[in-house]
Design a protein around this ligand. Structure first.
Ligand SMILES: [Zn+2]
Ligand SMILES: [Zn+2]
Length: 341
């Protein structure tokens, strides 16, 4: 058995489809226009509904109006900052071609068996990036780069979500839902107060006053904004529940989709520790930023990875994990099941 070496060297320029700016401090996905659509949609709907409802509240009750207006505007600003950071941060691109020549296998589809914390796991060679992909990494076809602790390619920020920007995505979802937790009561309170005020000033019945309040200038726009926010809130709640469940189990979306841990999850953190690690992560420096000279490859945290066999060069394109696992098990006489990374 040999310990896995973490290769060191100057990060080379990456190819792939990501867009770079400011000496690669800003990394956008190939479909970054999606993030711009989300930012525009959220800015107009959150701020639009907050300003209209806030104005009605301020007219009827200055203190309550200012409280809701300031709170929703601050939370909305956090939402926009976090979604933009998720879209613009390097998700954890692994520099290409950094594997030492003697470690490059003959085939681009080579695999090797490693043990992650004692659990047999398949490590794949990425023919495009010419690197042995560390456990939990994955090659994103859209960005055309290998991403450290790849979670998924997010269609809403147009970028990959991985080791370096996952926490921003989570904070975006949570701050958006927090802004809605204040935004919805604010709108209900604004319409109710407007109705009560009309009821007394124009001597109307409660139903008539409510109907008149709904015909006030800006109501139509408010309901369009509300429709967008209600729809997006349901979507975000569902997304948050999915991610919280995965964080609890220390599993990424990619690992869930590929059923990577069918035979056991080798990563030790469980439950609340995972939430702390995700919300306050120890984010490593970007490996592609100009001037970076640190390791180009790293192991997942709290992991003891050992190579238990030489590279196998005969993995055919499309060969299933089940087939591969059984062939590796017979090759190495491993008794336990083999996980795919
Ligand atoms: Zn790759
Ligand atoms: Zn991607």
């Amino acid at each position: 058995m040999a310990d896995v070496d973490v290769e060191k060297g100057v990060a080379e320029a990456t190819a792939g489809n990501s867009k770079f700016g400011w000496n690669k401090r800003v990394v956008l996905g190939p479909d970054y226009w999606r993030w711009l659509v989300v930012v525009f949609g959220l800015t107009s709907s959150i701020l639009g509904s907050s300003l209209i409802a806030g104005w009605w509240l301020v007219e009827n009750h200055l203190g309550v109006g200012i409280f809701f207006l300031v709170t929703t505007c601050l939370l909305s600003a956090c939402t926009l900052v976090f979604v933009s950071l998720a879209a613009m941060t390097d998700p954890g691109i692994l520099p290409r071609g950094t594997t030492s020549p003697e470690d490059v296998p003959e085939s681009d589809n080579a695999v090797r068996l490693v043990e992650v914390n004692g659990v047999p796991t398949i490590m794949k060679f990425c023919g495009t990036c010419q690197i042995w992909r560390p456990p939990r990494s994955h090659h994103c076809r859209k960005c055309d780069n290998c991403i450290e602790k790849f979670d998924h390619h997010c269609p809403y920020v147009g970028n990959c979500v991985g080791a370096r920007n996952y926490h921003y995505l989570l904070k975006f979802i949570m701050s958006y839902l927090a802004s809605m937790a204040f935004g919805f009561p604010m709108v209900i309170l604004a319409i109710t107060w407007e109705s009560i005020s009309l009821q007394s000033s124009q001597n109307l019945s409660p139903a008539e006053a409510f109907g008149t309040a709904l015909k006030t200038d800006g109501t139509f726009l408010l309901f369009i904004y509300l429709f967008i926010n209600v729809w997006f809130s349901f979507f975000c709640v569902r997304l948050l529940v999915i991610h919280l469940r995965l964080i609890w189990k220390n599993t990424t979306v990619a690992e869930r989709n590929k059923k990577t841990f069918e035979h056991g999850n080798p990563y030790p953190k469980r439950g609340w520790q995972n939430f702390r690690a995700v919300c306050f992560p120890d984010v490593k420096p970007s490996r592609i930023v100009a001037g970076y000279e640190g390791p180009t490859w790293s192991l997942p945290e709290d992991c003891d990875v050992t190579i238990v066999g030489e590279a196998i060069d005969n993995l055919e394109q499309g060969q299933s994990t089940a087939k591969l696992s059984s062939s590796l098990k017979s090759t190495y006489s491993a008794d336990s099941a083999v996980s795919d990374v």
